[in-house]
Every structure is written in C-alpha cells, then in structure tokens.
Design a protein around this ligand. Sequence first.
Ligand code: ZN
Length: 209
Amino acid sequence: MKDVQRLLIENKAWVQEKIQVNPGYFEDMAKGQQPTFLWIGCSDSRVPPNEITGCHPGEMFVARNIANLVIHTDLSLMSVLEYAVVYLKVKHIIICGHYGCGGVAASLTPSSLGSIDKWLRNIKDVANSNWGELEKIEAGAKRTDRLVELNTISQAKNLTHTAIVQKAWHEGRDLYIHGWVFDMATGKLKELTTIDKTFPIPPAHQYKF
Ligand SMILES: [Zn+2]
C-alpha cells in the first residue's frame, strides 16, 4: 500500500504547486481540451510522452500500446484516431517507438508468449518485409533497434491507409504524421520520417470521398 499512497501524496503536492502559480489552473483545465498533438507510443514506463516533450495537460491526446502499433482492427486505437483527427482536429500525429523496446525484441525470438503472439505477429510481418536488411545486422540489441525504427515507419504508413487520415487530407486539412524514436540512453528523440498529404498511398488503400 505504501507505493500507492505515495502517488496520492504526490498528487496533492502537484495540485498545490499548480495552484500556487495559477489559482485558476484547474478551473481553466476543466473547461475543455484543444490538443495540437496526437501521440501514439509504446506502453513502456520509461517513455512518458508529456514529460519527454514538455507538453502540459491539454496539449497532447495520447494512445499507448505494446510497441506502438497501428492495427486497423484495433477499435480502441481507431476510436482515439477518429476522435483526435475529426473532432479535436489535431494537426500532428506523432508515432513514437523507442530503442530497446521489449515488444520488438520479443517479436524477433521464436518463443511463444501466449496471447501476445497475436499482437507481436504484426511486428514479425514488418521484420519479414525487411529481412534482407535485418539479417545483415548481428542478432541482438542492434537488430532490435533497427526493427524499432522500421516498425515505427511502417506504423506511420499504416495511419495513411485509414479513411480517417485520408478524409482529413481530402478536406484540405493540415495534418502531418511524424515517425520518431526515443533513445532512453540519452533522453533524446530522433526524427525518422514526416508524412504529409503528398504521400503516395498504394491504390488498394485509397479511399474515394
Ligand atoms: Zn516498447
């Protein structure tokens, strides 16, 4: 119980800190949100999106899952995406992987881990599509880290295959998709790709509106 009590005590201190700087802080926050960013990241506890980007409450809408995957049958993520793009009108979607990702590392092993195999299978598909490059890298941390990058870029492309993103572009909205990777050994974010409305979408993934 001591661990959980610490969180509640920290919360009280945080409230005090905010009120001291701005007595109306929470009244303002309760009025609504207008986030500019949607963050899709890994659930890893070492990659807290607001903290590593200096974003305040209200600035970033967040979805996290193991290995930051964009799966078209994931109703939770698709609902987050739709709400963020259509209703909150975010301008930037950041899909962020991180070096040393346990989910990506697990996808490169032949071990069966139970139900999570089905989730990791999506990363195995990315690995298979890029095996010519990956097999030249020594198995272990370096190969995992390259797959982290390739997976992040692949998930960014998956976002462009959704009707939600394509419709926003069709309507002339400024919406950008950024693929980033977080290096927890340095604390730094690295840009891998930026995608805008000019990105070529394969014919079978194109929607007409
Ligand atoms: Zn991870």
